[in-house]
Design a protein around this ligand. Structure first.
Ligand code: UDP
Length: 327
């Protein structure tokens, strides 16, 4: 098996992407440590791995010094709040995990001679003036807007990662993740897809922000995870976009969810949040060329699987405030 004798640390391991990564690395025979402070992560995303002999969970906040005993071959830094509600509710933690957390993990990579992949984001392009977004575009970001805590932490993350690569020769990889969906997304985190499906399941109107003409390009989680694995195993140290270039307006997306769920509710329009990007579509030419990767799952198929997942959750989840218990 590919991963035999190799150990990987996944931060944000109890989150949406982190838990899918944990599954992939376990299936390839790696020893996996999932680390999470469980502010936005959910331990239930990992419960099925608890009895696996190659799996460990460490409850820890990576903004504080990170210690892992023994050898470590790979680090995947996926700990971060990542939704508009998070940026408003936990702005300082968002800044800290992207900056201090990344610094701690780069230090760990240096000490262990481990290769590290950090999760960056299409948000580093801000409200982009170049379309579709290529990796050589520097972005159009408002540092002091509500999304600034995420965007600027991720921009700092890219800068410090390249500095450790250039100054300390650490093997680094940077993935710029575009909108991704699938099972284990948080139901009430304010993102478009869980918001629309949650509203349909509760029998509420579907809230489209602005006039719904803003675009996004949604990637199914299995495709994204495959791209990330290929990037980690490649020798390419500069940022690579991973996402699905199939672009859609948010209004059309809401209509797709209405059709999928069969809800009789209608679209209602709400004010557009500050700095909401008007258009977003990854140029994935570099990923195709360097990683021989492109997404395979059609949106209709991915959305069906995701809807089944949300339907399978206990009904009370539908009404839970994601911060109700913890803050
Ligand atoms: N959006 C919406 N209604 C909602 C939640 C989100 O119209 O209830 C819009 C949001 O304004 C944005 C798009 O859907 O234009 C995608 O939002 P999301 O938070 O999923 O991702 P991001 O803006 O970070 O790409």
């Amino acid at each position: 098996m590919e991963g035999k004798g190799k150990k990987v640390l996944i931060t944000g391991g109890a989150g949406f992407l982190g838990s899918h990564l944990a599954d992939l690395f376990i299936s390839k025979g790696f020893k996996v440590i999932a680390m999470d402070n469980l502010i936005t992560g959910d331990i239930r995303n990992l419960e099925h791995l608890f009895k696996h002999p190659d799996f460990e969970f460490h409850h820890h906040d990576v903004s504080k010094f990170v210690s892992v005993p023994g050898e470590l071959n790979y680090i995947l830094h996926f700990a971060s709040p990542a939704s508009p509600i998070d940026y408003l509710k936990i702005p300082i933690q968002t800044l800290k995990v992207g900056s201090l957390g990344t610094h701690n993990l780069l230090g760990l990579a240096l000490a262990k001679k481990a290769r590290i992949l950090v999760a960056s984001t299409s948000e580093i392009y801000g409200d982009p003036l170049v379309h579709p977004q290529t990796e050589d575009y520097w972005g159009n970001v408002n540092p002091i807007g509500p999304r600034g805590v995420y965007d600027e932490a991720k921009r700092f993350q890219e800068a410090i990662t390249m500095a450790y690569h250039r100054f300390h020769d650490v093997e680094t990889r940077i993935v710029r993740i575009f909108n991704t969906y699938g099972p284990r997304m948080r139901l009430n985190d304010g993102r478009a897809l869980p918001a629309f499906i949650g509203q349909a399941l509760r029998g509420e109107d579907i809230t489209v922000f602005g006039d719904g003409s803003q675009t996004r390009s949604f990637c199914y989680v299995a495709d994204l995870i495959d791209g990330i694995y290929r990037l980690l195993m490649s020798d390419y140290a500069e940022p690579v976009n991973i996402g699905n270039p199939q672009e859609i307006t948010i209004k059309e997306f809401a209509e797709e969810i209405i059709k999928l769920t069969g809800t009789s509710q209608k679209i209602v329009y709400k004010p557009l949040p500050a700095d909401d990007p008007k258009q977003r579509q990854p140029d994935i030419g570099l990923a195709k060329k360097t990683l021989n990767w492109e997404p395979k799952v059609e949106r209709t198929e991915g959305l069906k699987i995701t809807y089944e997942y949300f339907k399978s959750l206990p009904a009370e989840e539908l009404f839970k405030d994601p911060y109700g218990k913890k803050f």
